[in-house]
Design a protein around this ligand. Structure first.
Ligand code: UD1
Length: 330
């Protein structure tokens, strides 16, 4: 198939591009390189530098490239930033996706895979959280993505359009073959920050909040390896093409680790005893979020391959080392 990947120069997008090429698809990436990196896009994909909010550009890519499916990553993803700058999130995520969808409907695109988020659940009453749980996001980021899910449902009702909204939990780790990884400048992800502290790129890891109602007082997250997540995208695409009904799907493993447990894992795997400090809570952080992945496992007969926390950390660490070395050489 011919597939347009928005945000394909980013962290998760670049891993998915590798999986799509491996599965024999033709891939066009559109990315404005605001946070993505040109060198993360595999040479076998075509990279177009542009904005998903540019209706004319997207329409021409869809029509001229005879695109069959769109996988949509492009957007803003940092929870505290969304609290400080909500309109950026409603513009980059919600408004631009509306334009993208208009172009898709105009070009008769039938299959659409969307990178949604566990942030749509807010602070779930029951853990693990299933797709049927109420969607009550606690930050503008989650709301901006939930609005997209709502648009997708309406578009799928009105048109011959089928979607999978993949609700990512905390994505971490890097391609085990070292081809791509988390390279966003000033990234805020816990595991990224902790590996940088272990390598001395940052002076310490600050733990945001140590008085949460959790066993060790720090937030709990369900960390999913980015390569397992990339594989889920290819399965989602196949599912839709085979006539599967439009759905939201949790992407996580169903087990959580606290921020302190992650810090310990990074110390253990790296062998570096970097400084960890206690800091105030960060705005918009839910105390605990862990997936119930039953729907994903049943629908796709999915078994994760990289669920071990130490493997997640060691691939992240290996990538960080090679990325730092590359950045020094540049
Ligand atoms: C992440 C995703 C978000 C997704 C959500 C689902 C990113 C940037 N965001 O948000 O898209 O919807 O998971 O659960 O990946 N922490 C520290 N110190 C640090 C960094 C983080 O203590 O230096 C803590 C945070 O306060 C939080 C936890 O670690 O409790 C995870 O934070 P982070 O990696 O930023 O991800 P989320 O905010 O959970």
């Amino acid at each position: 198939m011919n597939i347009l990947v928005t945000g394909g120069a980013g962290y998760i997008g670049s891993h998915v591009v590798l999986e799509l090429l491996q599965a024999g698809h033709e891939v066009v990436v559109i990315d404005d390189l605001s946070t993505g990196q040109r060198e993360l896009v595999d040479d076998d994909a075509r990279l177009v530098i542009g904005d998903i909010g540019d209706f004319e550009l997207i329409s021409s890519l869809l029509e001229d490239g005879e695109v069959d499916a769109v996988i949509h990553f492009a957007g803003s993803i940092v929870v505290p930033e969304s609290v400080a700058h909500p309109l950026k999130y409603y513009f980059n995520n919600t408004a631009k996706t509306r334009t993208l969808l208009e172009a898709c409907v105009g070009a008769d695109i039938r299959y659409f895979v969307f990178s949604s988020t566990a942030a749509v659940y807010g602070e779930p009453k029951a853990i693990p959280v299933a797709e049927s749980a109420p969607t009550t996001p606690v930050n503008p980021y989650g709301r901006s993505k939930l609005m997209i899910e709502q648009m997708l449902r309406d578009v799928a009702f009105a048109h011959d359009f089928h979607f999978a909204a993949l609700r990512y939990f905390n994505v971490a780790g890097a391609d085990p073959l070292g081809r791509t990884g988390q390279s966003t400048p000033n990234a805020t992800h816990l595991i990224k920050v902790a590996t940088q502290a272990a390598l001395g790129v940052r002076s310490e890891l600050a733990i945001f909040g140590t008085d949460y109602p959790t066993p060790d007082g720090t937030c709990i997250r369900d960390f999913i390896h980015v390569s397992d997540l990339a594989d889920v995208h290819v399965r989602a695409l196949n599912y839709l093409v085979d006539g599967g009904q439009s759905r939201a799907l949790n992407c996580g493993y169903g087990r959580g680790f606290s921020v302190r447990q992650v810090a310990d894992a990074v110390r253990r795997v790296s062998g570096q005893d970097f400084p960890v400090s206690d800091a105030p809570r960060r705005a918009g952080d839910p105390p605990e979020i862990v997936a119930d992945p039953t729907r994903l496992e049943r629908l796709f007969e999915w078994t994760p391959k990289h669920a071990d926390l130490d493997e997640i950390v060691s691939t992240a660490l290996a990538w960080e080392k090679s990325w730092q070395a590359r950045s020094k050489d540049a």
